[in-house]
Design a protein around this ligand. Structure first.
Ligand code: SER
Length: 325
């Protein structure tokens, strides 16, 4: 009987906020040597380097990706490389290059090599000001006003095209803002929801770049990892959607987040100095209807504002203390 081949996974953007913790999770599940972490420039952490293979690639340069894919005989890719919304507005052409030309390289290589499965994340940034903002439906207006959002919509469509036209098994979710304690996010609008914890613990004060009553959908990293792993494990025959699953967990305003942090750090104060990022936040939904994900692959989040805040303060408190000792 033929032996089932072990999955060989490549993660792009493995030094980033989601990629770094996703690498650890996938290594636990599939074995350290079967998960190849890759990044473009940023030096990886010791955890990443010491737990398995790491390589530098640039997804906009096809040959650098292909070389590593051949070297490790990769059959599954998590394409976590991306330029997020804020940097995307500062450097729109680079955002397009990485998020679309890079994605095209990944999909083309995967098609040519008949790979098993590809993960391509999307985002709440796929929506825009004309989209209903409360309980945003799965099927709705996709007219984003940021370059990041434009690449996310195009990326969903391109990935769905590869799925239908070439039978390439591509899957993806629309991540809300992701809150995590391990690796800082970089260049996004929702970054304040992470920065506020660092500043609350270190300095007991934070100046937020969006207004107090700004509400956005957010998710804690353990739920983000669970969603990513679960959608990739889902039974293909049960999926009606592929690359554009709405995903929700919690929604809160900065004022509500501040009040929750103050339950643990009563001296904490937050003030507000909205800048150009306010307009980006205002163009995104406040809450998301994720019933398609719940129905098609059993999605269910575990954390809410209270449990996330408690865990963040415990984890980050411990880490930041260790650093200052
Ligand atoms: N976190 C992203 C950003 O703020 C949204 O997906 O750009």
């Amino acid at each position: 009987m033929a032996q089932k081949k072990t999955k060989k996974i490549l993660i792009t953007g493995a030094v980033g906020q989601i990629g770094s913790e996703l690498t650890t999770e996938l290594r636990k599940k599939y074995g350290n040597d079967n998960v190849i972490a890759t990044g473009r420039k940023t030096q990886p952490s010791d955890t990443l380097l010491n737990s398995g293979p790491f390589e530098f690639i640039d997804i906009t340069k096809r040959e650098t990706v292909e070389k590593i894919i051949d070297q490790y005989d990769i059959d599954t890719i998590y394409n976590m490389s991306a330029i997020l919304s804020v940097v995307g507005e500062q450097k729109p052409m680079i955002c397009w290059d990485v998020n679309i030309n890079g994605l095209y390289n990944i999909l083309e290589i995967a098609r040519e090599k008949e790979m098993t499965r590809i993960f391509v994340p999307s985002s709440i940034a796929a929506f825009g000001p004309e989209t209903p903002r409360e309980n945003t439906p799965q099927e709705t207006v996709l007219k984003p006003k940021t370059m990041y959002g434009v690449t996310k919509v195009a990326g969903e469509l391109l990935s769905d095209y590869y799925c239908k036209r070439f039978n390439l098994d591509v899957r993806g979710v629309r991540y809300p803002g992701i809150i995590s304690s391990e690796t800082l996010p970089g260049g996004g609008t929702t970054d304040y929801a992470v920065a506020i914890f660092y500043e609350a613990i270190k300095n007991k004060k934070y100046t937020c770049f969006v207004k107090k009553d700004t509400v956005l959908p957010m998710m804690y990293m353990p739920d983000c990892l669970k969603a990513t792993l679960d959608v990739m494990e889902a039974d293909f025959s049960k999926l009606k959607h592929h690359c554009d699953f709405n995903l929700a967990s919690m929604s809160f305003s900065v004022g509500e987040l501040t009040a929750e942090i103050q339950k643990h750090i009563p001296e904490f104060k937050c003030d507000y100095k909205p800048d150009f990022r306010q307009a980006i936040a205002d163009s995104w939904p406040k809450s998301i209807d994720d019933s398609a994900a719940r129905k098609e692959w059993g999605w269910k989040p575990s954390y809410n504002l209270q449990t996330m805040t408690k865990d963040m303060i415990e984890k980050l408190g411990e880490r930041l203390q260790k650093v200052t000792l």
